[in-house]
Write a protein that binds this ligand. Structure first.
Ligand SMILES: NC(=O)c1ccc[n+]([C@@H]2O[C@H](COP(=O)([O-])OP(=O)(O)OC[C@H]3O[C@@H](n4cnc5c(N)ncnc54)[C@H](OP(=O)(O)O)[C@@H]3O)[C@@H](O)[C@H]2O)c1
Length: 400
């Protein structure tokens, strides 16, 4: 498949100082009734130029639901195929059909196909997050109507919920309105990174929700190994809102990104040994890290465990896998983050409500988007870019 040029040209590596200024402005402004639009790093680099895509504002009258649809399917082990006659998903009473406008790409999308997991049968449709418009609601759904702009986060076990198809059907509680401050295309990156960061911190690592922070809280530290990952960008900000200090590990190229998002200290990993990295993290935090997430892999999960407090209780979430033979100190509780709980347990909607509030108030700086045109035909190319791993904190979104 040929490389598609992003419609939004990527801007050069401008000074990230402007991001810090904007973040400050957003936070100050959010206390007033005047709600600013959430910014993407790209917006900031482009001097707050909006990236809202008018083509997504299609009225309901302009389309009818077809009998068949286009889908990118995993046809066989490790092999994708575009199908032009894929069956339309049916809608249950408490479900919503969404017409896809933008799809967010995530590492799990290529990993599950390359390593053949999370694929219950063939053909299967993958893809975990998207934004679009409501195309049809089940008889029991009262809070959405056709044409509403929404985003969702899906569970791989239902083929109707795979986002690499034109129409997606999901349970109604997993459908969220796009905050008025969030551009349509940016809403496609909320379903995985933003939701994972929020639920990991608030549900599994016991970070207090922002509104309940107390001033007398002791200095608390969160370690994020992989500060520039899209998930890490959201996690840095979410921890900050609760008064928690954040130390991240980044390359020198993304150091200023994490600093601008509120990291107290960024450990630049270039040219340093593992031992030096751990020593620097422990020195900066006085060995007092009580929460940690790893967003890179088993090796850095082990280093994260070396970096945390040796005596205080520690909550650790290895989001990018941890070796089954990894020795875990007695004071560390390892939390397995199961994002399927968002779909299976309706009570977790409270986390999307909190996240929605922060977004609506314009308090969260969204990741810079790298837009890819070409719809489903360009997904594989995008996943290849993700796999090569040189995106430096940008989020890949495919325009359908
Ligand atoms: N449900 C879940 O459990 C869940 C949900 C979301 C994500 N995840 C997992 O979390 C990981 C991150 O996902 P994502 O989409 O947020 O990532 P991403 O945005 O694709 O991450 C790319 C970033 O990783 C950084 N990086 C690469 N090697 C690193 C290293 N050794 N140390 C520190 N940073 C490094 C790179 O930045 P620099 O090199 O510039 O630092 C790059 O910007 C993936 O493994 C994903 O599968 C799991």
């Amino acid at each position: 498949m040929t490389e598609t040029q992003p419609r939004h040209a990527l801007v050069g590596r401008n000074s990230w100082k402007t991001v810090r200024t904007l973040l400050r402005k957003i936070r100050t402004k959010s206390s007033s009734s005047d709600r600013p639009r959430s910014s993407t790093i790209q917006d900031v680099k482009q001097d707050s130029t909006t990236t809202i895509d008018e083509s997504a504002n299609v009225s309901v009258a302009e389309f009818t639901i077809p009998n068949i649809q286009k889908a990118l399917v995993v046809a066989r082990k490790g092999e994708y195929e575009i199908r032009h006659d894929f069956p339309m998903p049916t809608v249950g009473d408490d479900e919503i059909m969404i017409r896809s406008h933008y799809v967010g790409l995530n590492p799990i999308d290529w990993k599950s196909v390359d390593y053949n997991f999370c694929l219950p049968e063939f053909p299967w449709v993958t893809g975990r997050e998207m934004s679009g418009t409501v195309a049809q609601v089940g008889s029991g759904v009262k809070h959405f109507k056709e044409g509403d702009p929404v985003w969702t986060s899906t569970y791989y076990k239902d083929v109707r919920a795979g986002c690499f198809q034109e129409y997606v059907v999901v349970p109604s509680h997993t459908v969220l309105p796009i905050p008025s401050t969030v551009p349509f295309e940016a809403a496609a990156c909320l379903g995985v990174a933003a939701l994972t960061a929020s639920m990991t911190l608030w549900k599994w690592l016991g970070v207090p929700i922002p509104w309940s922070t107390t001033d007398d809280a002791e200095e608390q530290w969160l370690l994020i190994w992989g500060g520039s990952t899209v998930t890490g960008q959201f996690a840095t900000q979410i921890a900050n809102f609760s008064g928690i200090k954040v130390v991240t590990v980044n390359s020198s190229e993304t150091r200023s990104l994490s600093e601008c998002l509120g990291a107290t200290h960024v450990v630049v990993r270039d040219g340093k040994t593992d031992k030096q990295l751990v020593e620097e993290i422990r020195a900066v935090t006085n060995g007092r890290i009580t929460r940690a997430i790893d967003l890179v892999g088993p090796k850095t999960a082990a280093l994260a465990l070396d970096s945390v407090s040796k005596s205080d209780p520690v909550a650790f979430a290895p989001l990018a896998m941890m070796s089954s033979s990894q020795i875990v100190p007695d004071n560390v509780a390892v939390h397995t983050v199961e994002m399927k709980q968002f779909v299976l347990d309706k009570s977790n909607v409270r986390f999307t409500e909190e996240l929605g509030r922060l977004l609506e108030d314009g308090k969260i700086v969204l990741p810079e988007l790298h837009m890819i045109d070409g719809g489903l035909h360009s997904v594989q190319e995008g996943l290849g870019m993700l796999k090569r791993g040189n995106l430096r904190g940008k989020k890949l979104v495919v325009r359908m």
